[in-house]
Write a protein that binds this ligand. Sequence first.
Ligand SMILES: Nc1ncnc2c1ncn2[C@@H]1O[C@H](COP(=O)(O)OP(=O)(O)OP(=O)(O)O)[C@@H](O)[C@H]1O
Length: 549
Amino acid sequence: MDETTDNTTKNNSPPTDSSTDEDPAEDQNRSNSTRNKGVVSDSRNKKTDREGNNQTVEIDAAETGRDRSSPRFDFDNVLNEGENENKGLFDDLLAGEPIFENKEVLRPSYTPHELPHRTDQINQMATILVSALRGETPSNILIYGKTGTGKTASAKFVSQELESTSQKYDVPCEVQYINCEVTDTQYRVLAQLANKFIEKNKNAIDNRLSELKSLIEQVTETDIDVETSLSETQFTTVSGIESRIEELESDTAEMEPVPMTGWPTDRVYTTFFEAVDYSERVVVIMLDEIDKLVEKSGDDTLYNLSRMNSELKNSRISIMGISNDLKFTDFLDPRVKSSLGEEEIVFPPYDATQLRDILQHRADVAFKNDALTSDVIPLCAAFAAQEHGDARRALDLLRTAGELAERGQADTVTEAHVRQAQDKIELDRVVEVVRTLPTQSKIVLFSIILLEKNGVHNVNTGEVFNIYKRICNELEADVLTQRRVTDLISELDMLGIVNAVVVSKGRYGRTKEISLSVPIDETEAVLLSDSRLGDIETVQPFVQARFDN
Ligand SMILES: Nc1ncnc2c1ncn2[C@@H]1O[C@H](COP(=O)(O)OP(=O)(O)OP(=O)(O)O)[C@@H](O)[C@H]1O
């Protein structure tokens, strides 16, 4: 048992068998009462949370029959009273053996130190970027691969290594990471880069200023003549140092950060250009999700960045673009395309065996010993391999399975937890997709749900359209044409929410048979949580529409 559990057991007695059989509502009351008692004992809480807690004090004191005027509440007594009475909200949850040793390791934000099955790609990147450590410009790199294939993790790993080696050998080389899903316009990309370099320049200037100021102090305080004491520096006189200080102070005063909006783009570009060229360095600009930038604001940013080297005097820049859309370069200007794709590295999807290795490495750190039954990792790997070999999905599954086991106070994570986790993740995805659908699609989906709920399966477009019209009238929403509704059904099909198959009806032509591919009750609940659709209360009459028309 680890230290945390030990302490918990010492301070709060573990639940006895009898306590676990008790009425949960009663337990809750008791835990509330314990919490309220805690409030009574802590005078600081009374000050910060006065109104509500004073109320609590009165009830509590009356219930317990204790003297309210007593200067200190006997808190220890509360803890040591009957063990069942004092079970707080978290006691039960803490009582079980923890399953995780370090759950953070399974989160997407964690950058692993080891990336199994990516050695080739990492070495390829390193071979290209090593030029930066020699003061030369590395070729631009484009990294492709489906989601969750380790592109970002590998690129970040290589960047960290590059920066730490550059510090070791004192070579000025930096990597700037930009997530283009968030920073998706030329203005924002350039502004973010400009501000980063302005900040770096200002820091470097501050350091240099303090060096120069202490140099002046040393020179003026010593008896040795100025020339000798400055012999190892670039200066010969104190006034020389002073004018350098003035120069640096005026440089830093001129470095004005770019506001988030409002400047003309060419001014932002010039500010970035001057900031990056202020000192000698090689800069690798890592543009993650580069396709999103091109999709949102064209290829101007890439064009401007890729032609900068011909004008920069002191610095050099190189671009590393990361994309999971293999086709995005089709939309680029040919010059940008050839400059950006000087080197291309492909990240293939992981297979189940590779995913197993990746999961095992993480699980060794994330979970306590023997917390996983032997089939957990292979099953997570198999599920994720089915979904285009996505390591993110595999890690999510493993973490969610662990959390479900922890919530159920199980001692080990089992295959059943993985299956539950798979369902939960799938449901979360559906909920998210349905929640963010446009209102018209929601109405179409709601029509399909209504038909299914009333026992009408494999509905056709006409039937959906009839119900749809009725709901629109009820909601006072615009009614789209049947053709548009058919398009919306196709979109729902592409999102995996419904399954629409075209069937031939002989001489009556062809029609679509539509069925729901997601859990009906949960989907309905998400739809009804939309304030517009929530108004529909009398659902039953609508189904008649199928037969009315
Ligand atoms: N070889 C690996 N070893 C360990 N962890 C990995 C490996 N490959 C990917 N991962 C992990 O999988 C998750 C997804 O990886 P990453 O973000 O690098 O994928 P990506 O290819 O950039 O995906 P996207 O295109 O969706 O951004 C991260 O948590 C990462 O740490």
